[in-house]
Design a protein around this ligand. Structure first.
Ligand code: NAD
Ligand code: ZN
Length: 368
């Protein structure tokens, strides 16, 4: 399936194809300007998938220059960015070359940002290998590194030239990472696609077990949804792209409380955050209790956190709201709260009372 992202002169395609990594030669040879491709990846993906890419490219007459970085969030740093750009310069990468980012969101965000500044911008291709990267971070052009002041605070909007998604790469992904990525899949149903949420309820378990039809359908539906939103609002100015932050304001507070560590993965924080956003919407009379219970039940069935206790959080409402106030999405003292009138009916609420949110979180804490 080929999904276009319409962004005038920055338009590109996303290919979702079972086994595409084994046909990388066919799909990526056109980007090898001088018969060579520089592929940046991490240690885990280098073991699991780089050989497939290399041998297919070799059969197509393309030589691979691999740069293998340590796995993990700490690779999204100034130090690794500097080292990476130095290596790319040493390899004489030119603006017309295409750097290949093979890996999860960490590699995609770092390589995309490196591409945006190397020689004032050279091309790059995303080959995402985690579910989170396939359905979210590889599409849309947000790139960034982390600094001591926080996550993703330094970066650029910089679109890839092509995105190649091979769902079979998920066969080697740890189940916990698959579940975390699945939270972002469910998000698209909750935002504005009730029928897709029902699909998730019916087929989520198969997807998590690695069923290829369910996996492909979920990836294609999610990528189409993200591509449409990004095509409408590339730089998050009209408010439409902000819908993608459903569950992220609550989730960010939970991730911050856990020190952005492995104790709570991003997708796990988002899952709990979405359940909280629905319950808060119910509390202020926007959404039926039935709908918010249905959301929480599906997340629980998928093995994801669906509230403070299941996310392992025992903090006061005030402490969590303080974390929210440090969220970079805060503008002029207002936080973007995505609230819901029902499943598939979310909207950006601009005047949420943070004192009330803190009281709600205290109730959630005592409810357990
Ligand atoms: P990740 O890149 O750290 O990957 C998770 C783990 O899985 C790593 O250990 C990695 O080595 C391993 N891995 C990757 N693919 C594998 C495979 N196929 N088989 C086995 N192991 C594999 O994490 P992630 O969850 O993909 O991405 C998280 C990052 O994405 C965060 O830094 C977040 O800020 C960023 N993000 C960016 C956007 C965006 O729009 N740019 C959106 C959401 C998240
Ligand atoms: Zn997210």
């Amino acid at each position: 399936t080929l999904i276009p992202v319409a962004l005038a002169d920055r338009s590109y395609d996303i290919l979702v194809e079972e086994g595409a990594l084994d046909r990388a030669g066919q799909h990526l040879a056109r980007f090898a300007r001088t018969g060579r491709l520089v592929v940046v990846t991490d240690q885990n993906v280098a073991v699991a998938h780089l050989p497939r890419l290399e041998s297919s490219l070799a059969s197509a007459g393309v030589r691979v220059e691999a740069i293998v970085l340590p796995a993990g969030e700490s690779t999204k740093s100034w130090e690794h960015l500097a080292a990476l750009t130095d290596r790319l310069l040493a390899l004489e990468v030119e603006r017309a070359d295409h750097i290949i980012a093979l890996g999860g969101g960490v590699i995609g965000d770092l390589v995309g940002f490196a591409a945006s500044i190397l020689k004032r911008g050279c091309s790059f291709v995303q080959v995402p290998t985690t579910l989170l990267a396939q359905v979210d971070s590889s599409v849309g052009g947000k790139t960034a590194i982390n600094t001591p002041a926080g996550k993703n605070l330094v970066g650029a909007f910089y679109q890839p030239a092509f995105v190649l998604i091979d769902p079979t790469s998920l066969d080697t992904l740890p189940p916990r990472d698959v579940r975390a990525g699945y939270a972002e899949v469910v998000k698209y149903g909750l935002i504005d696609d009730f029928a897709f949420f029902e699909y998730c309820e019916a087929h989520g378990a198969e997807l998590l077990a690695g069923d290829s039809a369910a996996r492909a359908h979920a990836i294609v539906t999610s990528v189409r949804a993200k591509a449409a939103i990004v095509g409408d609002d590339e730089r998050e100015t009209s408010g439409r792209r902000a819908l993608l932050n459903l569950g992220h304001t609550f989730g960010h507070a939970l991730e911050a409380e856990m020190g952005f560590s492995d104790r709570l993965l991003h997708g796990e924080g988002v899952a709990a955050g979405m359940a909280l956003a629905f319950r808060y919407s119910t509390r202020i009379g926007l959404c039926s209790a039935q709908d918010s219970e249905r959301v929480a039940a599906h997340l629980r069935d998928a093995g994801l956190p669906h509230g403070l206790a299941s996310a392992g959080i025992d903090a006061s409402g005030a402490a969590l709201v303080t974390h929210m106030l440090h969220d970079k999405k805060m503008a002029a003292g207002k936080l973007p709260f995505l609230l819901a009138r029902g499943i598939g009916q979310t909207f950006l609420a601009k005047d949420v009372d943070l004192g009330d949110v803190a009281a709600f979180l205290d109730e959630e804490r005592t409810a357990g």
